[in-house]
Write a protein that binds this ligand. Structure first.
Ligand SMILES: [Fe+2]
Ligand SMILES: [Fe+2]
Length: 219
C-alpha cells in the first residue's frame, strides 16, 4: 500500500506530503543548529543518491524487458533526482562549496570543478529526458519506455562516476579547508535545507527513498 502520494508537476518537484494519516515531523529546531562537517554531509548524501541509482538500474532493466513504464514509480525517481540530487545536493556544491574551493584552490582544483559542473549539466539533461518520457507515456509508449530506460541508464552511469570522483578528489579538498571555512559551509548547507528547500523536505525525500525501496519493479 502506498504510504504517501507525490504530486509531480514536472516544473518543480512538489511532494504533497500527504501521508496517509500523517505528515513527516519537521526536524527539531535545535537539530539544525548542530555543527556538522560539510564534507561528511556530502558523502552521506552521495550514499543516499547511490541507493536510488541502484533502483534506477533495476527500473531500466524492467523497462527494457516489459516495455511498460510504471509512471508513478519512474516519476517519483525523477522527482528524487531532480529535487534531492540536483536542487538540494548539487546546489550546495555549486553555490557554496565550489566558490569556497575556488577561492582557496589552485589550477588543478579549478579544472576539477569545471569537470564536475559539466557533469551536473549532463545529469540535468538526463533528468529532463526521464520526465519527458513519463509525460510521453500514453502518447507514444514504445518511445517513452525506450527513452526512459536509456536516460535512467545514462544518469546512473554518469552519477556513479561523478560521485566516485567527488569522494576521491573533491571531498579531501573540503577536509583541508580551514575550520572557519568549513563552519561557514556547514551553515550554508543548513540554510539550503531550511530556507531554499524548506524545513521537512529532506525528511520527505528520505520517505521517497523508502517508498521506492518498498515497491521495486516486478521481475
Ligand atoms: Fe556534484
Ligand atoms: Fe556531490
Amino acid at each position: 500500500m502506498k504510504r504517501y502520494m507525490i504530486a509531480l508537476t514536472f516544473g518543480i518537484v512538489s511532494v504533497s506530503g500527504a501521508l496517509s494519516g500523517q505528515a513527516p515531523s519537521p526536524a527539531p529546531a535545535e537539530a539544525a543548529a548542530v555543527p556538522v562537517v560539510p564534507g561528511q554531509t556530502l558523502r552521506d548524501e552521495h550514499a543516499v543518491i547511490e541507493e536510488v541509482l541502484g533502483l534506477a538500474t533495476q527500473e531500466a532493466k524492467h523497462l527494457r524487458k516489459t516495455k511498460q513504464l510504471e509512471r508513478g514509480r519512474v516519476a517519483m525517481m525523477a522527482a528524487f533526482f531532480k529535487g534531492f540530487a540536483d536542487q538540494c545536493h548539487h546546489a550546495k556544491e555549486e553555490h557554496y562549496l565550489f566558490p569556497a574551493l575556488e577561492a582557496a584552490g589552485d589550477e588543478a582544483t579549478h579544472k576539477l570543478i569545471m569537470q564536475l559542473m559539466v557533469q551536473h549539466e549532463e545529469g540535468r539533461a538526463h533528468i529532463r529526458a526521464i520526465i519527458a518520457a513519463v509525460k510521453a507515456w500514453g502518447v507514444n509508449e514504445e518511445i517513452a519506455a525506450k527513452d526512459a530506460a536509456l536516460h535512467l541508464d545514462g544518469y546512473v552511469k554518469l552519477l556513479r562516476n561523478h560521485i566516485k570522483k567527488e569522494n576521491k578528489e573533491l571531498l579531501p579538498r573540503v577536509a583541508r579547508l580551514p575550520d572557519e571555512a568549513q563552519q561557514a559551509l556547514a551553515a550554508a548547507f543548513d540554510k539550503v535545507e531550511r530556507e531554499e528547500m524548506g524545513g521537512g523536505t529532506h525528511a520527505q525525500f528520505e520517505q521517497m527513498v523508502e517508498e521506492l525501496k518498498a515497491s521495486p519493479p516486478k521481475k
